[in-house]
Design a protein around this ligand. Sequence first.
Ligand code: PLP
Length: 368
Amino acid sequence: MPTRVWDYLPEYAAERDDIMDAVETVFRSGRLVLGESVRRFEEEFAARHGVRHCVGVDNGTNAVKLGLQALGVGPGDEVVTVSNTAAPTVVAIDAVGATPVFVDVDPATYLMDVAAVEAAVTPRTRCLLPVHLYGQCVDMAPLERLAQERGLAILEDCAQAHGALHHGRPAGSMGRAAAFSFYPTKVLGAYGDGGATITSDDEVEANLRRLRYYGMERTYYVVETPGHNARLDEVQAEILRRKLTRLDRYVEDRRAVAARYAEGLAGTGLVLPATAAGNTHVYYVYVVRHPRRDEIIEALQAYDIHLNISYPWPVHTMSGFAHLGYGRGSLPVTEELAGQIFSLPMYPSLPRGVQDKVIDALREVLRH
Ligand SMILES: *Cc1c(COP(=O)(O)O)cnc(C)c1O
């Protein structure tokens, strides 16, 4: 059996009865779109984060996009974020007609260099968009201070940080709004696409509900500002409700895998993930760094271990974003990292034998 960075089948085998019961529950309910399962999931997901509202949407990209629109971000506005992220963060900014402004990342955590944000703020800046990448939170205090001083909104991209804590606060509870993805690989993953935007702001919530439902007030069925169809699917919502009750266990299992990697790979020359002070890391991906990255990935193929890179091409170097005008060398830490980072297999049900196989293979390859 080849070893891949992610696989849901062992988890499905263990949870099949519950997942199938979730599907059956919705099919028997008589309500297939925006029914009780979405309503209850929204309630439970908001409660879990200590915020007042959750609006379920169809994927994480739209969670960011509708989040931005609900905050009033649109054409002519600038949004400060990072280039070391999943491209959808930036695709969503582009989709609302706003301009992404990139800052570099911290060389230890690979997260937004918050000290660089103030210099990136202009009179057109409307929103700060920190990405809690790989499973741990961006240092929020400096961003909160800056947002307060300059009247900016903060939208957290939590697509990789379900269950992560920052000085005891849940990821997603710190900005004016926060976007989540439930893409299957995520720490809380559906059996298909899903997403949610959470907020404690009543006006932002009302905007989100309209935006995901054509732009309609559901009670009046009248469109004032055209929106989208971006509803969370009822079946996925019921599956997510079931899985939300197990989120803490998934996180614990991921942290146990990370601890085993850290122990097994100490002293090999691999740079292991660093956790910033005050963070509880949930290890959406386990990112390591080595100057001979490409050789190592290639060598592991011989052991039938297939690794991944999150992310090999910084967004600002992609042809689709060339018009933003960030040349090579404009974000040096991000660019250097992209050539050296790679991700080890990581998911809660990753068998111990496979963890050991990965550790042994890496130790062997790195000996030479
Ligand atoms: C996965 C991801 C998204 C997009 O989520 P989808 O559900 O795939 O649309 C956005 N931002 C980050 C950081 C992600 O990892």
